[in-house]
Ligand binder design. Structure first.
Ligand code: GTB
Length: 217
C-alpha cells in the first residue's frame, strides 16, 4: 500500500530540506517506495483531525493502511524494517546501525537544536551573548567526537544505513552556522549523503513544494 506522509504547506526553511519530512522522504526514496504527500498549514496541524495522527500537532506523519505513525525517527525505522536497503541483514551489524539512529537523534540533535532555538528566539535576551558560546561549545564537542569516530570512513559503520541517513539530516541543520567548517571529514560525509540519488530526489520534491511545482510520487 502506498503510504502518505505530511509536510509543511509552507516550510519556514524555504525549501532547504531542513524540516523533518526530508528524512522520511529520503528513506522512502532509498528503498524505492512511492508515496503521497499531504501538505498541512500551521493552523491545520493544531486541529483535531491532524492531532489524531500526531498528538503534538507537528509534521511529519506517516499513514499506511490502518497504520498511523509520528516521530521522524520511528517512521524511518519502520521504513527500514519493512524494506531492504537501510539496515544490514546481519543482526549485530543491524543493532549497530540502529544504535547510530539513536545517536543521531538523542546525542547529536539535542545540542544542535538547543543552539538553533537560541539563535531563533533568544537573540534579544540580555544573556544571549553569554549563552550562545556555551551552546556552540557543546555542539563542537559532539562534532569533534563524531569526527574522531568517523575517521576517514565513508559511513559510520560499514555500508550506508538509516543511521547515516538520520545523522546527515541532523548535521545539515548546522549549515550556514560555520560550526562544521573545522571538520572536513564531516563536511565530506554530509556531501556524500547529499550526493546519493535518493537524497537528490527527496530534496527536489520538498523544494518543489516551496516553488509551487509539487506533484506526488
Ligand atoms: N521529534 C519530532 C520528529 O522527529 O518528528 C519533531 C517534529 C517537529 O519538530 N516538527 C516540526 C513541526 O511540525 C517541523 S520539523 N513544527 C511545527 C510546530 O511544532 O508547530 C522542525 C523544523 C522546522 C523548521 C525548520 N527550518 O525552518 O529550518 C527546520 C526544522
Amino acid at each position: 500500500m502506498k503510504p502518505t506522509i505530511t509536510a509543511f504547506e509552507r516550510s519556514p526553511d524555504r525549501g532547504r530540506g531542513l524540516a523533518r519530512d526530508m528524512r522520511v522522504r529520503w528513506a522512502l526514496e532509498e528503498v524505492g517506495q512511492p508515496y503521497d504527500v499531504r501538505l498541512v498549514s500551521f493552523k491545520e496541524m493544531k486541529e483535531p483531525a491532524h492531532r489524531a495522527l500526531h498528538p503534538f500537532g507537528q509534521i511529519p506523519t506517516y499513514e499506511e493502511g490502518g497504520l498511523a505513525l509520528f516521530e521522524s525517527g520511528a517512521i524511518v525505522f519502520h521504513i527500514a524494517e519493512r524494506h531492504a536497503g537501510l539496515l544490514p541483514g546481519d543482526p549485530t551489524a543491524r543493532a549497530r546501525a540502529i544504535t547510530w539512529m539513536f545517536a543521531a537523534l538523542n546525542t547529536m540533535e539535542p545540542p544542535i537544536l538547543d543552539r538553533e532555538i537560541a539563535t531563533l528566539v533568544e537573540r534579544d535576551k540580555t544573556w544571549y551573548g553569554e549563552r550562545l558560546p556555551v551552546l556552540e561549545d557543546r555542539v563542537r564537542t559532539r562534532l569533534g567526537e563524531l569526527s574522531s569516530r568517523l575517521g576517514d570512513a565513508d559511513w559510520l559503520d560499514g555500508a550506508f544505513s538509516a543511521g547515516d541517513l538520520l545523522m546527515v539530516t541532523v548535521l545539515r541543520r548546522l549549515s550556514g552556522s560555520g560550526l562544521l567548517d573545522p571538520y572536513a571529514s564531516l563536511c565530506a560525509y554530509i556531501a556524500r549523503g547529499e550526493a546519493r540519488p535518493a537524497y537528490q530526489r527527496a530534496f527536489a520534491d520538498q523544494l518543489a513544494v516551496f516553488t509551487g511545482k509539487a506533484g506526488t510520487r
